[in-house]
Design a protein around this ligand. Structure first.
Ligand code: MN
Length: 271
């Protein structure tokens, strides 16, 4: 019997911030976590998501005591979860406002993870922050805050609506993404982000844009491997009653898992 696909998942990180969550106990500690609807979107009889914790200088063990390359060798693919903002320092800028300083620890850890998986020739799928991280890791930049830097843009975040905030995207014809949806040019997706890609990394190709503001919503690496990022949250789409104007994210997940299966079953010397 073939073993299940083992898909590495980057940790979401919760930092205790004092009075905001005055819950005490475990909430007073830094938490690494998987968001339930996200892992439920991925897990199945044949697919096991495995969280790879982040390590920084505050950790009990040193960075040299673990090997992200070793993990990438054992796992069949990588999912980058959504979550905290990317730190402007990660793309050579300073925060325009203190609340946009982002999470530099998570950036460093996820960029290393991404490098290790690219190096191992294992597929990578980035969600929301994960899409932005792929762009930054490959040399691109971000809008630190869409409403400030692109006042012409649609609302891409509504904290009250959260995952019920939707807008349309246009799939770029001829791309792998468009190929997953024959006959679909435009569809509705959810939008829960206030940052977005500003300068596209040189090795990335845009596969979907928001309509009509043109904000980048999906990117793919042109290099010799499977690296895809989408700005929307497929796991929340899968949870709600799906209707036909919305992009069915099942096809994107299956495409990614198929690439992971092919890599797992390829002869070990094949890169
Ligand atoms: Mn959006």
């Amino acid at each position: 019997m073939t073993r299940p696909l083992l898909i590495g998942v980057s940790a979401r990180i919760y930092y205790p911030t004092g009075p905001v969550l005055d819950l005490g106990g475990v909430w007073s500690r830094t938490l690494h976590y998987l968001e339930q609807s996200f892992v439920h979107w991925v897990i199945s009889r044949d697919v096991l998501p495995v969280m790879v914790p982040a390590v920084d200088r505050e950790s009990l063990l040193r960075r040299t005591e673990i090997s992200l390359h070793g993990y990438a060798g054992m796992l069949d693919g990588l999912l980058l979860q959504g979550g905290n903002d990317i730190a402007p320092e990660s793309y050579g800028e300073s925060p325009l406002a203190p609340e946009w300083r982002g999470d530099r620890i998570r950036d460093r850890y996820e960029i290393e993870l991404l490098d290790a998986f690219i190096e191992a020739g294992k597929p990578v799928l980035g969600i929301c922050r994960g899409c932005q991280l792929i762009n930054v890791a490959l040399g691109g930049t971000l809008y630190q805050d869409i409403p400030t830097q692109r006042p012409d843009a649609l609302p891409h975040l509504d904290t009250a609506q959260y995952d019920h905030q939707f807008h349309d995207v246009e799939l770029v014809p001829g791309t792998r993404l468009a190929g997953l949806y024959p006959g679909v040019r435009r569809a509705s997706i959810n939008s829960i982000h206030h940052q977005a890609i500003k300068d596209l990394a040189p090795e990335l190709e845009v596969e979907a844009r928001s309509v009509p503001d043109g904000i980048v919503e999906a990117v793919r690496w042109r290099g010799p491997g499977y690296v895809f990022g989408m700005q929307w949250h497929p796991e929340f789409l899968a949870q709600h009653d799906w209707h036909e104007t919305q992009l069915d994210a099942h096809h994107i997940l299956q495409d990614f898992l198929q690439a992971a299966r092919q890599r797992r079953d390829a002869p070990t010397d094949e890169r």
